[in-house]
Design a protein around this ligand. Structure first.
Ligand code: FES
Length: 103
């Protein structure tokens, strides 16, 4: 369903359920979250696929600059500090495609 998410970049996707999610790669592992800031429940990005901060170290909300850990989605700075992005379970198949994990 999805592929082509380079290291330290992110891509947004719409799931078949109509959910807005994004996937990012860090140190060879992929992480996916709902595209929803826990602060005001708005989408995180301002420009298409811009989910990371300038150093591409953290996930950043473009509205008030909250920073989230890539690996856990935990907010470590900003108005929603201590809250977390909602993680989405994904599976990487041997063909390189990234798929939502079926329940
Ligand atoms: S809406 Fe994301 S930090 Fe305020």
């Amino acid at each position: 369903m999805m592929e082509d998410v380079p290291e330290r970049e992110a891509r947004s996707f719409e799931t078949s359920d109509g959910d807005n999610i994004f996937v990012t790669q860090r140190d060879g592992a992929f992480y996916a979250y709902q595209n929803l800031c826990p602060h005001l429940q708005v989408e995180l990005e301002y420009l298409e696929n811009q989910f990371l901060d300038r150093e591409q170290e953290y996930i950043e909300c473009s509205t008030h600059g909250a920073l989230f850990l890539v690996e856990t989605g935990e907010c470590i700075s900003g108005p929603c500090q201590g809250q977390s992005l909602e993680k989405v379970d994904i599976t990487v198949h041997s063909d390189g495609g990234i798929y939502l994990t079926e329940e």
